[in-house]
Design a protein around this ligand. Structure first.
Ligand code: GDP
Length: 360
């Protein structure tokens, strides 16, 4: 496949997912539950831990989702979850003027409903035109709830007493009303026909795993239906990504944690990165991914790879990265003029600066 650097290699990449919501509403728990279920179901360790992100492939999603998902309905490869939840990271992580995340999960505690950071998250999602679904979390806290671990939510909902179901309905309709007050027509996800015009609300419990199969199914369906075209990339092309973090790493000096959303980055590439004072042009020294847990007793936490295709999270070691900024663009030069690529990176940086001022 990589026999020629000039060939185009069209493929569908994994949609990038962010998790947003008010503090303590369960963002971290939802992410952990998704990762946990994926580890259990994918016996061959089919989820892959990336730098700053976790990839859940389609076959794992379809095992978790059971009868909810027919894998032949999908040709997107799965979902890539950004590991750092919260709208601060979401708002600063951009790609080509839009949000880095292609799709988002807004976590709302069913007991608390909309809170200040929920409002902020909604505003950011609206402004960046990012499609999202709502995970109405902590359904297990409804008094009298009778849990069925990891079950699809419709089944577990039906198996509650009338009173419990009535209590939950009241909380869910509160959230649906709050969404509609902010201009989003919303409903329980199984009643939504068109996710482009309506926000689907998925009742979940990050504690019991109820509704997690549905959450993954709806995310997959939404991506497949409305984002397939946007996911078509030239995987053999020069890589494009966004810097998550700039980190000092023992033995490697300053490194960049990058989410790659287009093309490929290779060990011998020259890259251009946005810096605090000026644009940085440097050569990749090493591409690093987390070493599997089973091998972690050996030397480094990382292992080297020759190349990486979007969408993925990767650590890049290279000289002269001290001035690099999180949130900045990273572009591979490959067989193009360096000045053109510098121009692209500078234009994107200017765009981010304008937006920061507007938000400020
Ligand atoms: P974050 O601040 O949004 O990342 O929230 P966390 O994931 O840290 O969760 C905040 C608290 O709520 C923690 O004590 C969790 O254990 C608890 N929590 C999260 N999800 C659930 C849930 O579905 N049910 C219950 N009962 N507790 C939950």
């Amino acid at each position: 496949m990589s026999d020629s650097t000039t060939s185009t290699d069209a493929a569908l990449r994994t949609p990038i997912v962010a998790v947003l919501g008010h503090v303590d509403h369960g963002k971290t728990s939802v992410l952990d539950k998704v990762r946990g279920s994926a580890v259990i179901e994918g016996e061959a360790g089919a989820i892959t831990q990336h730098i700053g992100a976790t990839a859940v492939p389609l076959d794992v999603i379809s095992e978790i989702a059971g009868e909810l998902v027919d894998p032949t309905d999908f040709d997107l490869p799965g979902l890539l979850f950004i590991d750092t939840p919260g709208h601060h990271s979401f708002a600063t992580l951009r790609s080509r003027g839009g949000a880095l995340a292609d799709i988002a999960i807004l976590v709302v505690d069913v007991n608390d409903g909309f809170q200040p950071q929920t409002e902020e998250a909604i505003e950011i999602l609206k402004r960046s035109e990012t499609p999202f679904i709502v995970a109405a979390n902590k359904i297990d806290t409804v008094p009298g709830w009778n849990p069925t671990e990891d079950a699809p939510v419709q089944a577990t909902y039906e198996s509650q007493s009338d009173r419990v179901r009535g209590d939950l309905d009241e909380k869910l309709y509160e959230i649906i009303g709050q969404l509609s007050d902010r201009g989003f027509s919303a409903d329980l996800y199984w009643r939504v026909q068109n996710f482009q015009n309506n926000v689907g609300v998925v009742p979940v419990s990050a504690m019991t795993g109820e509704g997690i199969p549905d959450l993954l199914t709806v995310m997959m369906g939404l991506s497949q239906r409305y984002m397939k075209e946007a996911m078509e990339i030239d995987v053999a092309g020069p890589g494009v990504g966004t810097v998550l973090e700039v980190k000092e790493e023992k033995g490697f000096g300053t490194t960049l944690d990058v989410v790659l959303y287009d093309g490929t980055v290779r060990e011998d590439d020259t890259i251009v990165v946005g810096g605090a004072d000026s644009t940085i042009v440097t050569d990749v020294r090493a591409l690093l991914k987390p070493r599997p847990l089973s091998e972690i007793r050996t030397e480094s936490r990382f292992e080297n790879v020759d190349e990486l295709k979007a969408a993925a999270g990767i650590k890049i070691a290279a000289p002269e990265l001290d001035d690099a900024m999180s949130g900045a663009p990273m572009r591979v030069v490959r067989d193009r003029e360096i000045d053109d690529v510098i121009g692209e990176v500078e234009a994107e940086l200017a765009d981010i600066a304008v937006d920061t001022v507007e938000q400020g």
